[in-house]
Design a protein around this ligand. Structure first.
Ligand SMILES: [Zn+2]
Length: 279
């Protein structure tokens, strides 16, 4: 298959729907690509299928070790966990399940935390998009997975997925502090360290805007369902059953951040949970 790739500091970046790295016989995330047969390991950033979909095939074809963060390994070994987690552990109807939560399970051979990294590859924990989400720094090139949403992502998605907004903020700070020449977000263009500083600031600003929107909507206490309705309406998010549940998780990610920073509180009245300003 013809692959579109570029080389940065001697690190190969295979560009596609999900950008993939290849460095010193280590693949960072997976895609339908021609892979060297002497591949040593596949380093997975997190447990969403667009990042590990081909791991099982490559594992059989190359005998490479599949390495994934401990807290995401179970999502890769049993994608059903993600599907059910999204629907409070009940089984959702298939139309309500996003494609990125489905996929071929793959046995994880080694946790990232326990893998003996040698040479110029270093893992960088970047949680918030998932609990275990991890970037991989290869000789000055940071494969950042879905930790950073640059402007191009915000133009396509007004409420991109985050399970824990406070952790996402901490990870953005870690990207800002990390030393690298280039950053490769999984779903947008490669950028320099300098450009990434601007994009990290934009991501933080967008998170703050969503928080501000929720605080404004909570001028009067709202039930969970009312708040979700208002946020989706204000952001003009198109109705789509699978996307809806991702949005619900992200809104709850913001709510939990606002509760943990004492801006929002809650109670239960008449069989409904109400969210309100903590004043
Ligand atoms: Zn993801």
């Amino acid at each position: 298959m013809r692959q579109k790739f570029i080389e940065l500091n001697g690190v190969k970046c295979i560009l596609g729907k999900t950008n993939v790295g290849l460095y010193e016989n280590h693949l960072i995330d997976t895609a339908v690509i021609d892979t060297p047969l002497n591949l040593e390991a596949i380093l997975i950033t997190h447990g969403h299928t667009d990042h590990f979909a081909w791991a099982s095939t490559l594992q059989k074809r190359t005998r490479a070790l599949v390495v994934a963060p401990k807290e995401d390994a179970f999502l890769i070994e049993n994608p059903e966990v993600n599907v059910r987690g999204m629907f409070n552990w009940a089984r959702p109807p298939v139309e309500m399940t996003t494609k990125v939560f489905l996929g071929e399970p793959c046995k994880v051979d080694r946790y990232t935390e326990e893998y003996p990294f040698e040479g110029a590859i270093t893992p960088l924990p970047l949680s918030g998009h998932t609990m275990g989400h991890t970037g991989y720094l290869c000789d000055g090139v940071l494969f950042a997975g879905d930790a950073l949403y640059p402007k191009a992502i915000w133009e396509r998605h007004k409420l991109p997925y985050s399970i824990d907004v406070e952790l996402t903020r901490r990870s953005l700070d870690a990207i800002k502090k990390a030393t690298f020449d280039w950053i490769v977000p999984s779903h947008s263009a490669v950028m320099s360290k300098e450009e990434s500083i601007e994009q990290v600031a934009l991501h933080l600003e967008r998170l703050a805007q969503i928080d501000a929107l929720i605080l404004r909507l909570l001028a009067h206490p709202q039930s969970t369902e009312e708040l979700i309705y208002d946020v989706l309406r204000e952001l003009d998010i198109k109705d789509n059953l699978a996307q809806y549940w991702l949005s619900v998780t992200t809104i709850k990610g913001h709510l939990s951040g606002l509760v943990s920073t004492y801006k929002v509180t809650y109670d239960i009245t008449d069989h409904r949970v109400y969210w309100k300003l903590n004043d």
